[in-house]
Ligand binder design. Structure first.
Ligand code: HEC
Ligand code: HEC
Length: 484
């Protein structure tokens, strides 16, 4: 039944697309839904033109950038930037870890324009934000219908489409699409919620996170993080950890927040950064603004992944499509499905935090002493990044091409929370965006009854900033040395 319905819808769709392409020359992409009223379209999100950090840049930055000039921004201003040296380090990686959507050799103006129109059609505008996933029949049509610009006739298109329909992985895509639909509902992305969230965002968040969620670098303070750029779907202080062995679809399911993580960030802020707490928002307002942050993130990531795939010419093979017209539309639809699917996967995989083994007293300190030894062991090698317990300057590039400093662990300021379970989650899953290692493999499969190594490290992290605990650890074991 379903198949017949799909085939019928698909035939109608082919006829329509061909009529559109051959006939009135409409520039609407397949799958476009009716346009929003003109007044609402007056304000649109700006298409993305800044540099794309497809992986963390190679090497390490030698110093902090000047406030307001994170390296990707400096690279755009080069040579008129106070940080030419850092900009140069990024510019040298163009074409590899850094892609440039303004380089017309990798992304033509026609492609850039089509991506921008697809983004608008699927995600609306700041005043009418939406997340529009195509219905199943249109997904199939979008996957198989490609009007060949050389032979744009109905006959040629139907013939080619029939062939593609034969090799289309129907069951696989249906499962992905269903997972995406389910995630969309769980993430509370209905238009009424998003419209309320957008209003709150403009009032409370936009000055730092920017109208499209790009994170305004001008707001960053020296030595501090840039307000989060949501457009890669990457978050740092999360309680979700999709198993790394899952097949990677799109940009993958790692480093993704759950709704609860975002609610918590908005409620209590991020300690040690300029990200404020918002205690005065009502629960409903926090929920609404979180939906809107997820909207910006899904929108941004779909755009980012599409642009990055097209611009990553080094990965092209003989089979790579030309990413124009229908090929580009299908690329975009795939990424939208995967982005939603990955949010759903993350939500289904909370980090397993076992109950804290010792509430207090000597047992907790003995555990902290074991943690001290693990910290300095070759197995964990925490000091490789946090030398002298993080007191020194040892900078890293992060996933956005900006700069991160492995935390100074002697201060007791933890951005993702200082509670045992927060620190445990941080060690278990790492902080992928900033290159901090995930240590989950050190506890999975450990012999029953042996002390949980991550809890030992957590107890050490909690004891380290406390002068009294330090003395007590040293009294228990004179080998504990904590000063530089
Ligand atoms: C004064 C500037 C400022 C304002 C206003 C602000 N933020 Fe932030 N926000 C930041 C900074 C800086 C970070 C990055 C912190 C880091 O990387 O450790 C951040 C990070 C975040 C993150 C990422 C957390 C993670 O796990 O990666 C979220 C989500 C977020 N902010 C949401 C919001 C929302 C929602 C609002 C408005 C209700 C808001 N922010 C207002 C500066 C701000
Ligand atoms: C490969 C480098 C690397 C290694 C190895 C590493 N870290 Fe980190 N760590 C980082 C970076 C970078 C940050 C800062 C992330 C940021 O601010 O974006 C960090 C942050 C942290 C934080 C702060 C979390 C928060 O909520 O603020 C803790 C705690 C921490 N590391 C503990 C450890 C411990 C314990 C080990 C060893 C078991 C370790 N790290 C190993 C790079 C590393």
């Amino acid at each position: 039944m379903n198949y017949i319905r799909t085939t019928f819808a698909f035939a109608v769709f082919v006829a329509l697309s061909v009529a559109l392409v051959a006939g009135c020359g409409s520039s609407n992409a397949p799958g476009d839904t009716p346009a929003a009223p003109a007044a609402l379209l007056a304000v649109r999100y700006a298409p993305r033109t800044d540099l794309l950090a497809v992986t963390s840049p190679i090497g390490s930055p030698s110093r902090w950038p000047t406030a307001g000039f994170p390296p990707p921004r400096s690279a755009r201003l080069f040579p008129n930037t106070p940080d030419r040296d850092l900009a140069k380090l990024l510019l040298d990686q163009r074409g590899k870890s850094i892609l440039d959507p303004l380089n017309t050799e990798v992304l033509s103006p026609t492609q850039a324009d089509r991506v921008a129109r697809l983004v608008d059609a699927h995600f609306g505008s700041p005043l009418a934000p939406t997340v529009r996933l195509l219905d199943w029949d249109t997904v199939v049509a979008s996957a198989v219908v490609r009007v060949d610009p050389e032979k744009p006739t109905l006959g040629a298109t139907l013939k080619a489409a029939k062939q593609k329909l034969g090799s289309f992985k129907h069951a696989l895509w249906k499962a992905d699409w269903e997972a995406a639909v389910a995630a969309q509902a769980e993430l509370k992305l209905d238009e009424a919620t998003l419209a309320r969230g957008s209003g709150l965002y403009r009032r409370w968040c936009m000055q730092c996170h920017g109208p499209s969620g790009a994170g305004d670098p001008a707001q960053a303070v020296e030595g501090g993080p840039t307000p989060r750029d949501y457009r890669q779907g990457v978050f740092k202080y999360v309680s979700a950890f999709a198993p790394p062995k899952l097949p990677k679809k799109g940009l993958g399911a790692s480093n993704r927040a759950s709704r609860a993580d975002l609610v918590r960030t908005v409620r209590i802020g991020i300690e040690g950064t300029i990200m404020p707490a918002f205690p005065s928002l009502t629960d409903q307002e926090v929920e609404d603004v979180v939906s809107y942050v997820i909207h910006l993130s899904i929108r941004g990531e779909t755009e980012f992944a599409t642009l990055a795939t097209i611009a990553d010419v080094l990965k092209y093979t003989d089979d790579t499509p030309d990413y124009n017209g229908g090929e580009l539309d299908w690329l975009f639809v795939q990424h939208e499905v995967w982005v939603l699917l990955n949010w759903g996967l993350a939500a289904k995989h909370p980090i397993p935090v076992p109950p804290e083994p010792f509430a207090g007293g000597d047992e907790r300190l003995k555990s902290a002493v074991r943690g001290f030894k693990l910290y300095n062991s070759t197995e964990f090698a925490c000091a490789g990044c946090h030398a002298s317990y993080g007191r020194g300057l040892q900078l890293k590039w992060d996933a956005w091409g900006t700069v991160a400093q492995p935390r100074n662990l002697t201060l007791g300021v933890f951005r993702g929370g200082r509670k045992g379970e927060d620190l445990y989650a941080r060690l278990y899953a790492g902080i992928g965006a900033s290159g901090m290692t995930a240590f989950h493999d050190k506890v999975t499969g450990a012999a029953p009854g042996t002390p949980d190594k991550l809890w030992d490290l957590v107890h050490f992290l909690q004891a380290l900033p406390d002068p009294a605990d330090r003395k007590r650890m040293q009294a228990l074991d004179p080998e504990v040395k904590l000063d530089p």
